[in-house]
Design a protein around this ligand. Structure first.
Ligand code: ATP
Ligand code: MN
Length: 531
């Protein structure tokens, strides 16, 4: 195999390895993966298949942020941002560097986060696995040859020593996994997990700090744009609610599937790729994503048959099988990934109680209430240890990635939605007619029809009915969706059971909101479900 002399100098980051491969092309990373990864292979569809080892999902309880006088007062400290002292950060950093320095060869990828040239973040990834280098090549915005030549110093560096554990005896370590962020050193250090999604969401966390500092709202949402007018629409939602699936929509331009910013000029994607769930993927139900998993894509933790065809139904390694591909692999992606201000803001929730309506229109107060609540059921997969639906409230539909207090993002969203007259919708992509076992998951076909009707303006004119418990306006008619399912109580055989379950969910909302009530306006508090 042809391997250019690797001479990229990383000594200023504490790296002593001479053989550093800088921004290798996908085909070269494939060659390195086949040669040096212990279990990489090439699937029949052309994607590089790699395995992330023991961790097949994110480790949200092991993320730490350095407590430093410069940023201390900006940060929402607690379970999401666990404080870590500068010395502990240095110990973990040194441990990651020591590990990387034992390697024969390393990989470095320099790319951008953010499609707005004025505010983009120059990210450098230093890692030991070709799989991780290809993953970040796919997920970050790939620099042109000229941009790479003039890249200069990075704004942020990811030091991925994930194949090596954190030392349990180091102060504050709760396990052998630690993901440590220092805004002052401008570094993210990873130990004890090889799940590639940690790097992607690490970059998002960085964007979630610097965005609001500049008055730019960073958001955990997918985005599409109208092909003729260029106006956009956002789909917020926690993991598994349908951001990626529903944004792959041939009728619209894809702007991005997971992380965006909203500035005074409109919206832009933070990433250069998409990261789709691969479980039960079929070419019939998700054709755009299915065809994007080809040469240049990374398929993680999937099982291959003997001809190296991918068995998307096989979840023996994890329920969280994933495929990462450059955004241009989706035919209707818009490059550069920027679009006009959103006309519609859609909150996706995967309600495992089967209580929330398929689609409701939210007033500004209801919008804030639901944005701060961030309700969904965590479906099995993306986080370690989640194997059946769990009720979750995650502020801003992205709690694990927030850096500032949720109110910072909520205020920015309220201000921007008001300024640009965006309509707000709550869409339940979860259960209907009852919870798991009784009802069933909303059909993707109906959810797509609802999204279409939002975009073509028909739902803005549709008949609505006020929900007696939640108080928002439930859409009672929608083209291509049976009216029986639009009012959830009608979809339940057992009405008494519906009423009891709705009351239970309302109680959970009210309980969760107690934490935020003090900071909320009277209007937002009045948008709470009936007590
Ligand atoms: P993450 O933040 O982890 O990337 P996501 O919001 O992008 O999560 P998707 O990858 O789109 O979530 O996952 C949604 C999953 O739910 C897909 O596997 C999709 O096939 C399935 N699904 C089933 N029914 C629906 C529905 N009605 N709407 C959306 N998705 C559905
Ligand atoms: Mn997604």
């Amino acid at each position: 195999m042809t391997s250019r002399p690797a001479t990229f100098d990383l000594s200023k980051h504490g790296i002593t390895v001479a053989e550093v491969h800088h921004n290798l092309s996908p085909s070269k990373l494939y060659e390195h993966a086949i040669r040096f990864e212990k279990d990489a292979s090439i699937a029949e569809n052309g994607a590089l298949v790699a395995y992330s080892g023991a961790k097949t999902g994110r480790s949200p309880n092991d993320k730490r942020v350095v407590e430093h006088p410069d940023s201390k007062n900006d940060i929402w400290w607690g379970k999401v941002n666990i404080p870590c002292d500068a010395h502990t950060f240095q110990i973990n950093r040194q441990r990651a560097l020591d590990y990387l320095n034992t390697r024969e060869r390393l990989y470095c990828f320099d790319g951008f986060a953010g499609w707005d040239p004025a505010t983009r973040i120059k990210v450098r990834v230093i890692c030991s696995r070709p799989y991780h280098a290809l993953f970040m090549h796919t997920m970050l915005i790939r620099p042109s040859k000229e941009e790479l030549a003039s890249f200069g110093e990075p704004d942020f560096v990811i030091i991925n020593g994930g194949a090596f554990p954190a030392n349990r005896l180091t102060t504050g370590m709760g396990s052998t996994t630690s993901i440590d962020l220092s805004f002052e050193d401008k570094e993210l250090v990873i130990l004890g997990t090889e799940y590639a999604g940690e790097m992607k969401k690490g970059v998002f966390t960085v964007a979630n700090y610097f965005g609001p500092k500049r008055g730019i709202l960073s958001m955990h949402c997918s985005a599409t744009a109208d092909k003729t007018s260029g106006v956009s629409s956002l789909l917020f939602g926690l993991s598994g609610t349908g951001k990626t699936t529903l944004s792959a929509d041939p009728k619209r331009h894809l702007i991005g599937d997971d992380e965006h910013c909203w500035s005074d000029d409109g919206i832009f994607n933070i990433e250069g790729g998409c990261y789709a769930k691969a479980i039960n993927l079929t070419s019939e139900s998700e054709p755009d994503i299915f065809q994007a998993l080809r040469f240049g894509a990374v398929l993680e933790n999937v099982v291959l048959n003997e001809d190296h065809g991918v068995d998307y139904t096989d979840t023996s390694i994890t329920l969280n099988t994933r495929g990462a591909y450059p955004i241009e692999f989706i035919g209707n992606a818009k490059i550069p990934c920027v679009a006009g201000h959103p006309t519609d803001v859609i909150f996706l929730t995967c309600d495992a109680f089967g209580v929330l309506p398929p689609v409701s229109a939210l007033s500004p107060a209801h919008a804030m209430y639901h944005f701060i609540s961030g309700y969904t059921a965590k479906v099995a997969g993306t986080e370690m240890g989640v194997t059946e639906p769990q009720t979750t409230f995650s502020p801003c539909f992205g709690g694990p990635f927030l850096v500032w207090h949720p109110s910072k993002y909520a205020e920015l969203l309220a201000e921007k939605m008001k300024k640009h007259n965006a309509r707000v919708w709550l869409v339940n992509t979860g259960w209907s007619g009852g919870g798991p076992g009784v009802g069933k998951r909303m059909s993707l076909k109906y959810t797509r029809a609802i999204i279409d009707a939002i975009h073509d303006g028909s739902l803005a004119k549709a008949k609505t009915v006020k929900d007696p418990v939640f108080g928002f306006d439930v859409i009672a008619e929608c083209p291509n969706v049976p009216s029986e399912i639009l009012i959830p109580r009608n979809a339940w055989a057992d009405k008494a059971s519906y009423d009891a379950t709705a009351k239970k969910l309302a109680g959970l909302f009210n309980k969760n909101f107690e934490t935020y009530a003090a900071g909320a306006s009277a209007e937002v508090k009045a948008a709470a479900p009936a007590k």
